[in-house]
Write a protein that binds this ligand. Structure first.
Ligand code: PLP
Length: 370
């Protein structure tokens, strides 16, 4: 699905030099390399008045944000049912109630009408997920949030570098439109480190300070604590890698878009295959390239691809609300999610994927449906 070796070979010297230099400083946790990354990432997100607080991983970025927002226990947080588990897991971990709602059949993202239908007087926040690299319909989501006074926490783990265009023409980076944006630097994400890493972006200085305190045991002065925190910090070596890769993020995302355009061109006349939507309100950054196929043929297609040496993965095979630990939480009508669980199939996608490989993968798919 993702060949990280190719990515490493591409920038090997630069990354090795950065990591070695970082080792020599012996400041392994937080430290100057981490502050440098937080500043540069903030600049990259084009929000002069914002703050970036890094942390141990993307899951903690969500958890620390939810904890820092201090919602009353049991408050409801609306989440899409079609997403990676961390989106809902962190809500429960923070002592809150996830409310699962449906997504759009074409974009795979949370649907504004589904959010609106799920709002109760206990709802405090919504977590739109920019799934597979496609930004959720933020303009409508922000309108609903304003109307019902909800916080908006953008799960940007899969869409680092994506842009959203509002109807008045202004553009914003994914993760900078809501009250907080949560990022993951898991190795296979669009901006991936060489281990775990995460960050929160916010323009709310108080919130940023709170997250900065929580990620480091609630410590405000060495061995003095003002609240109960945890240990979730970014390693300096990860920051050194991320500082190198951040300068190439737009290039990586452009390469993903080029690969996706090849896929779409080669697959669009295969009647059994639905290619991913590319709405014009966003720059899709294709964390995944996800097609839809007839459910009764999906397993056979996966075997056919596997025999030909092609990886394919189902993201995600079952709606979150159907998994045992999540069954007792409220949910709306999640029919689209249930259908997508049976039709989606993600194909290999990474910046270094070649035109020849895409040609081979798509002709393998075509030979299956012939
Ligand atoms: C990867 C991911 C996360 C969690 O990130 P980690 O760094 O792996 O903890 C959260 N939400 C979504 C949608 C993700 O894809």
């Amino acid at each position: 699905m993702v060949d990280l070796r190719r990515s490493h070979e591409r920038f090997r010297t630069e990354i090795e030099e950065a990591v070695l230099a970082c080792m020599q400083t012996t400041q392994f946790i937080l430290g100057p390399e981490v502050s440098r990354f937080e500043e540069r990432f903030c600049e990259y997100l084009h929000q002069g008045n914002g703050r970036v607080v890094s942390c141990g991983n993307g899951t903690d970025a969500l958890l620390l944000t939810l904890l820092a927002m201090d919602f009353p226990a049991g408050s409801e947080v609306i989440v899409p049912d079609f997403t990676f588990v961390a989106t809902a897991e962190t809500v429960v971990r923070a002592g809150l109630t996830p409310v699962f709602v449906d997504v759009d059949e074409q974009t795979f993202c949370i649907r504004p009408d589904a959010i609106e239908a799920a709002v109760t007087d206990r709802t405090v926040a919504v977590i739109p997920v920019h799934l597979f690299g496609l930004t959720a319909p933020m303009e409508a989501i922000l309108d609903i949030a304003r109307k019902h006074r909800l916080k908006v926490i953008e799960d940007t783990a899969q869409a680092t570098g994506s842009t959203f265009r509002f109807s008045d023409g202004t553009t914003r980076k994914a993760g900078t439109m809501g009250d907080a944006g949560c990022f993951s630097f898991f190795p296979s994400k669009n901006l991936g480190g060489y281990g775990d890493g995460g960050a929160v972006f916010t323009t709310d200085e108080t919130l940023a300070d709170r997250i900065r305190s929580l990620r480091n045991h609630g410590q405000y002065q060495r061995y003095y604590y003002k609240e109960i925190g945890t240990n979730s910090r970014l390693d300096s070596i990860q920051a050194a890698v991320l500082n190198v890769k951040l300068t190439r993020l737009d290039q990586f995302n452009q390469e993903r878009r080029t690969a996706a355009a090849h896929y779409i061109r080669l697959l669009q006349d295969v009647a059994e295959v639905t290619v991913p939507a590319v709405p014009d309100y966003t720059d899709h950054v294709f964390h995944q390239f996800t097609i839809q196929v007839p459910p009764e043929r999906r397993d056979a297609l996966i075997s056919h691809l596997s025999t030909a040496g092609v990886a394919a993965q189902i993201y995600y095979p079952m709606r979150l609300s159907a998994h045992a630990p999540y069954q007792s939480f409220p949910r709306g009508d999640v029919a689209v999610t249930a259908r997508l669980n049976r039709t989606v199939l993600s194909l290999p996608m990474f910046p270094e994927l070649t035109t020849d490989e895409i040609q081979y993968i798509t002709s393998t798919i075509k030979s299956f449906f012939k």
